[in-house]
Ligand binder design. Sequence first.
Ligand code: IMP
Length: 425
Amino acid sequence: MPATIVIGAQWGDEGKGKITNLLAQDADMVVRYQGGNNAGHTIVIGDEVFALSLVPSGVIYPEVTPVIGNGCVIDPKVLLDEMDTLQERGIDPSGVRISANAHVIMPYHRKLDAIRERFLGRNQIGTTKRGIGPAYLDKYGRVGIRVQDLYDPRIFRDKLEGSLREKNQLLTRVYNQLPFDAAEIAAEYLEYAARLEPFVADTSLLVWGAIDEGKNVVFEGAQGVLLDIDHGTYPFVTSSNPISGGALTGTGVGPGDIDAVLGVAKAYISRVGSGPFPTELDDEVGEAMVSVGGEYGTVTGRRRRCGWLDAVALAYTVRVGGITELALMKLDVLSQFSTLRIATEYRAGGETFAEFPRQQRVLYECEPVYEDHKGWGEDVSSVRDFADLPPAAQEYVRRVEEVAGVPIRLVSVGPDRAATFEVPR
Ligand code: IMP
């Protein structure tokens, strides 16, 4: 394992938390590298269900150091609440380390996220309204506030006042909202800062040190490749880089430090929020995927849109995500169908697309070309060994492997940890 990046190979919600959690059993460090509390990880251990959004999944193991890297955006109140909740449930969060270079989500970021969505009307992105986009916008506009700024009250107030001069104009004059008060925000955030101080660190040095010592480090991606700001279905994407490259910029390690990139994909596909979705099913099959698969967002509770596995998109995410192996999740959800479909090409305007199209319009207009597979007609949720899967299910997995172009290392048939098992080579 030494250094493994776990990324979403679809539009997020693939089950990365579960896979990270599995790998974390043998890890020394689990590192988040992008996103913030727009992500949601549900981890089931025995009867306990843990829903985390910001703290890395590895926090549940005492020997794991959970790290929030510089590429993340941190809402300090959410982080503190999450750490308090963990503490109350008997999990010690004191090992958490936060990059001094990570950016801070401010109240005006959350406000702007919600208000801009409203202004976009029917073109809205369907964001989580957690302030993620506006926080990254300030980061790249070089007016963001970093974690380290909170520990220099003069710099913090300067930056905050500077930022509010512009933001308040925007809020009051363009969006017809009330302005924010710098002193009020400063008081609130300096309190958070005091509580977070013991956790702030030079995380690039920590992560580099762990890798240098040959320790096992898991980089935990949030969202998925198709939500990547550069390689996803822009503008219906998040504002960071969930691809494996994001793990390098988002933590400060080099490409030579990485040993494997494990992509996580569902045996079908889902997305929340707006944007193109070639294999989306607006019928009872899609509805059955939602109900049997429990396809509702961890963070916002929104119903996820569902459809057949899209191999064109999967081959693309394997390529741009730098994925070296896959975990195929929720195979059990497909047990209910007598015929399963995999989209192997798109057809649009008399053309056939075997590769993910360069022109995004095609994604809206295309008809997926499906190949049909016989269902296995029995419940597989209690299977614990690949060899015990019905032959049709094994064939389905092998076919996905073929179209994706990389080996499937793990298959999952249920929420329980034991329901994820290795695929023999
Ligand atoms: P934002 O990340 O809140 O700006 O939202 C941008 C887009 O990414 C929206 O379509 C969200 O629904 C989607 N998104 C953000 N985080 C997740 C996630 O963890 N899973 C699935 N979709 C997400």
